[in-house]
Write a protein that binds this ligand. Structure first.
Ligand code: AMP
Ligand code: MN
Ligand code: MN
Ligand code: MN
Length: 282
């Protein structure tokens, strides 16, 4: 395989976090879509990796162990850090992820109380019906319940009205620090990639501070191509990758059919002059 031309997709979600497909279904769909290098990156959870790898091996699809770690940075900014090629059994990583997951139940109860005040009732119980992994209730599960209740036409609209930062159902939360997340990734032998940098709504100055700090802590890559990037975001983050010397990733962030704009493997190619992060992985 020409390493640079491969159809890599290094970010997606299964029912072990907030995806709609099981790891096995996800890998089969990736294979059918022509993906030849796939990373499963559930939020704060590595429980789906063994099932995904077993199916990938059957299909002859190259598979990378991944996880997407929730991080709090600066003044209430939530960042997502993708860890690729980790040892999923490393004790520091497992303990760190368990700690990050442990705050989710209390947060869900608080979210439910806030939503109740604006007329959305029974949201916690409702969200739990969409949860595949009891340890991991996320805003996506709330959003699916709120759509089911007829309050909004789709998940995206639910975030815009209720769940995004500043909206009535948003509850600030302390995740891992950036230094902790990078420490766990390093300990587990992984490569750290900043997920969807176009989503954080940071000023240029804050963004430069983040990229500088991330690189100083051992961060090696950024998602240039992402299911949540516009063409302008892609051009912007290609420029940042060049300037900061980051490896570039290609990442659908697929959560499920009908819910995600970009399907597994259906992204454009990276600009030729960037170094793909998978050169380090193959
Ligand atoms: P949580 O980890 O519980 O804060 O949930 C974060 C997840 O919510 C993300 O990984 C996305 O899957 C989803 N999400 C966040 N913002 C949006 C949005 N604007 N539209 C759709 N989904 C979103
Ligand atoms: Mn998600
Ligand atoms: Mn994310
Ligand atoms: Mn994601």
């Amino acid at each position: 395989m020409n390493a640079d031309a491969c159809n890599a997709d290094l970010h997606c979600h299964s029912t072990f976090s907030d995806g709609l497909l099981t790891p096995a279904e996800l890998v089969r769909r990736a294979h059918a879509n022509g993906v030849d290098l796939l990373a499963l990156t559930d939020h704060d959870e590595v429980g789906g990796l063994a099932e995904a790898r077993a199916v990938a091996d059957e299909l002859g699809l190259k598979f990378i162990n991944g996880v997407e770690i929730s991080v709090s940075w600066g003044d209430d900014t939530t960042l997502h850090i993708i860890a690729l090629n980790i040892d999923p059994g490393h004790p520091d990583l497992l303990a760190g992820l368990a700690q990050v997951r442990s705050g989710r139940d209390a947060r869900a109860m608080q979210m439910s109380e806030e939503l109740d005040k604006v007329g959305i009732h029974g949201a916690h119980q409702g969200a739990l019906r969409y949860v595949g992994n009891p340890a991991l209730v996320s805003r996506s599960h709330f959003a699916r319940y709120i759509v089911e209740m007829g309050h909004a036409k789709d998940v995206k609209t639910v975030f815009e009205h209720w769940l995004a930062k500043g909206k009535p159902g948003y509850v600030a939360h302390s995740w891992a620090t950036l230094a902790q997340a990078l420490g766990w990734i390093r300990a587990a032998g992984g490569v750290a990639v900043l997920a969807h940098p176009g989503r954080y709504r940071l000023s240029n100055k804050e963004l430069r501070r983040l990229l500088t700090e991330f690189r100083a802590l051992g961060g090696e890559g950024i998602e240039v191509l992402s299911g949540s990037h516009s063409d302008e975001d892609t051009r912007e983050f290609a420029r940042y990758a060049r300037e900061f010397g980051f490896l570039a990733s290609r990442a659908s962030d697929f959560h499920g059919p009908g819910e995600s704009r970009i399907d597994l493997g259906k992204l454009p190619q990276l600009p030729d002059d960037l170094t793909p992060v998978w050169r380090k992985l193959l």
